[in-house]
Write a protein that binds this ligand. Sequence first.
Ligand SMILES: NC(=O)c1ccc[n+]([C@@H]2O[C@H](COP(=O)([O-])OP(=O)(O)OC[C@H]3O[C@@H](n4cnc5c(N)ncnc54)[C@H](OP(=O)(O)O)[C@@H]3O)[C@@H](O)[C@H]2O)c1
Length: 319
Amino acid sequence: MNIPKIGLGTFGSDKFTPKQVADAVKGAVEYGYRLFDCASVYGNEDLIGKVFEEVTENGTVKREELVIVSKVWNDMHGKGDVLLSCAKSLRDLRINYLDIYFVHWPFPNYHAPGCDIDARNPDSRPFLADEFMACWQQMERLVDMGLVKSIGMSNMTVPKLEAVLKLCRIKPAFIELELHPAFQQPQLFDYCLDKGIQPIGYCPIGSPNRPERDRTPDDIAAAEMPEIIEIAEAHGLHPAVICLKWSVQTGAVPIPFSVNNYKNNIDLTFSTNPLSDTELLKIKQADRNCRLVKGHVFLWEGAKDWRDLWDEDGVIAGW
Ligand SMILES: NC(=O)c1ccc[n+]([C@@H]2O[C@H](COP(=O)([O-])OP(=O)(O)OC[C@H]3O[C@@H](n4cnc5c(N)ncnc54)[C@H](OP(=O)(O)O)[C@@H]3O)[C@@H](O)[C@H]2O)c1
């Protein structure tokens, strides 16, 4: 698939209403965005769908020019549920196929929306390859049925990919991962490229508006890193745009959320001077290994802490 070099995120971070996000999607399509990162759990696919219907019917854009992404949420991994979830996203988005469909998180651990980070669901459990594959086989079936063009995985780790890639009939074409100058995930990123999987970078600006439940005192804001500010000043650009240029130039597809700056983001990321090799090296060396979306709420009872979700010891944690 020919994927655009940048897309628009659509998670309102508990702060922006579905209407505000849908308005941004409309403005962004009219301005030239073609890739939209949606998900059932963002709670706004129905309003975004009205925009897709309008812009394709009024001739602003053809459906086949759009790359529309959605994701199956954690409570819909069970037998038959992936098809139901996909059908609902298709209906809400008012389209008859998705370009990319992701498994949002690699375990079926549900939490109530907006719950406290200490909340634990007694049914939550660690990653299990067989359980994941039962979900993935349903994703493969959606491709067979023509409802989805490509399938992908999100919030994966190298050990989890090592466990499942060999079991896939249809390999993931995309991996969505947190990616910004303060959290570069070089091992996972290189692993994806090596396997021919295109990385799509979420929170590319360091998610300055993310929900309170996703914040901890040690978090580092990518756009406030001195290295990024210095490069931004040299280019006369906002640090956010430097983060996007870095993403694009290193081979990722960033999907920044924006209701106010989406025009600048698509303009300035591509129309201004690229970052030099020296600047790219400086950013590479500035990696703080600072994960922002830690996923506390997906932990199972008895898990040590959020690091267990990310297999930091190089093995799948939990069993
Ligand atoms: N797969 C997953 O599990 C997962 C997890 C998290 C996120 N995502 C996806 O990734 C998308 C992006 O992540 P995110 O929304 O958390 O964070 P983000 O894109 O890193 O940051 C978005 C914030 O940056 C601001 N911003 C954007 N461009 C700017 C600019 N040029 N100058 C100044 N500020 C700017 C936006 O404010 P304005 O609105 O004022 O421009 C917005 O508040 C989400 O919307 C979602 O689609 C996926």
